[in-house]
Design a protein around this ligand. Structure first.
Ligand code: URA
Length: 446
């Protein structure tokens, strides 16, 4: 087999066999296929696409390039959760203990995250003492005993994806649906869960800017998961403003605690209840999404989800007193309100720009080596649909180092678009994608 012939075949719109895909992935990971040939192949995929079968074979080849976690010692159906990323997305901190409180074992590996704010691991590490570097055995033991563990990625999972992703990043081939689907699903498969709920975001703060793009990506990921034996449900959800009100690591932990305590912002709570409900259905702890929703609502209002969060923090070495006393979490030296430059109804808030404001204050890391400040970030006061008068605060900047303050203030102001009428209400849960197809129903109701 020659890489040249496979590039030509894909360039001309052909469908590659499993052996041909294996040859490319193995050869590229081992170094016998050079970057320039793989780059040409990726560009051919970008323009020609891949069938579901090809994408599933590509996924499996990437899984086989490295280690695969064995969660077999944990009884029950292990359910993972993944978000394609969004600003203010602290859903894992809420849905992991919520699903665990419903009896679904959650053993999740998570990232630190580059970009605007930290990843889930960074958020958890803002809890004093919280340890995210567990071994696989420690993680399995904790899930057997407590029902939930979220740890930083360990082992050599999907090295082919790491190498391919780095190449895609510099060859303008990241935003190809089969390549994103196989990249994300290879990591989910290698992490060893039995089922996964995906949160695929659509909108200004998301990878996929349009609903159609997000639905297509969700469908491709569900197809890959189901073909490889990972039961997969995807929710397509709106990301036209930051999720909830907190953007920044410790701020997001505080907001997650509010939701687990039965309060918190409506959009965040609604999304978490939906995600956890599908996890509960996949974990066979409720027969239908509506039953699962009732269970999740009870676990939130009755304090069981918060009790599970407390147990989880302590078993992973953190100080559970942060639940009652938010001052035990890192807190920034100054809180600076950002006045609105205009009056009107908030029409949209560019989530990416709010993320940029948080990152200018030090909430995110720009390179793998840079450190983050867990205390800083943005609290969004005015959400979409709210009325604002000129001079009223749009949000609050939580600041330690004043170097980025002016730029962050301007960024937050620029993120807002105003109208003279209240904007139409947008749906948060846009569609649910399963192996049976795409369902554009409104959110589950009790
Ligand atoms: N996230 C991933 O892990 N892979 C992609 O290809 C895109 C986003």
């Amino acid at each position: 087999m020659r890489a040249y012939d496979l590039i030509l075949k894909k360039r001309n719109g052909g469908e590659l066999s499993v052996e041909e895909i294996d040859f490319l992935v193995k050869g590229y990971t081992e170094g016998s296929i050079p970057d320039y040939q793989m780059a040409a192949f990726l560009m051919a995929v970008y323009f020609r696409g891949m069938s579901d079968r090809e994408a599933a074979d590509l996924t499996e080849a990437m899984v086989r390039s490295g280690d695969r976690c064995d969660l077999g010692s944990i009884p029950g159906i292990k359910v993972d959760k993944h978000s394609t990323g969004g600003v203010g997305d602290k859903t894992t901190l809420i849905v992991a203990p919520l699903a665990a409180a419903a009896g679904v074992p959650v053993a999740k590996m998570s990232g630190r995250g580059l970009g605007h704010t930290g990843g889930t691991v960074d958020k958890l590490e803002s809890i004093p003492g919280f340890r995210t570097t567990l071994t696989l055995d420690e993680m399995a033991k904790q899930v057997r005993e407590t029902g939930v563990a979220v740890v930083a990625q360990t082992g050599n999972l999907t090295p082919a994806d790491k190498k391919l992703y780095a190449l895609r990043d510099v060859t303008a081939t990241v935003d190809s649906i089969p390549l994103i689907a196989s990249s994300v699903m290879s990591k989910k498969l290698a992490s060893g869960a039995d089922a996964v709920v995906l949160d695929v975001k659509a909108g200004s703060g998301a990878f996929m800017k349009t609903v159609q793009g997000a639905v297509d990506l969700a469908r491709a990921m569900v197809a890959v998961g189901e073909r490889r034996g990972l039961h997969t449900v995807a929710l397509v959800t709106g990301m036209d403003e930051p999720l909830g009100t907190a953007v920044g690591n410790a701020l997001e932990v505080r907001e997650a605690i509010d939701v687990l305590a039965g309060g918190g912002p409506e959009d965040l709570r609604e999304l978490c209840v939906n995600l956890a409900s599908y996890m509960v259905v996949l974990g066979r702890k409720a027969p239908t999404p509506a039953d699962a929703r009732r269970l999740c609502e009870e676990l939130l209002s009755g304090g069981c989800a918060l009790a599970k969060f407390r147990e989880w923090i302590s078993t992973q070495g953190g100080d559970p007193a942060v639940i009652e006393d938010g001052s035990l979490l890192p807190r920034a030296a100054r809180e600076v309100p950002v006045p609105s430059a205009a009056s009107g109804f908030v029409e949209s808030i560019d989530a990416e720009t709010v993320g940029k404001a948080a990152s200018l204050l030090g909430a995110g890391r720009l390179t793998k080596e840079s450190s983050i400040d867990p205390a800083v970030g943005v609290t969004v006061i005015k959400k979409v649909g709210m009325r604002v008068e000129e001079g009223e605060p749009l949000g609050i900047l939580h600041v330690n180092d004043p170097a980025g303050l002016d730029e962050a203030m301007t960024a937050l102001q620029k993120a807002y678009r105003f109208g003279q009428e209240p904007p139409p209400r947008r749906r948060l849960i846009i569609a649910v994608v399963t192996r049976d197809g795409v369902d554009g129903h409104p959110p589950l109701s009790t």
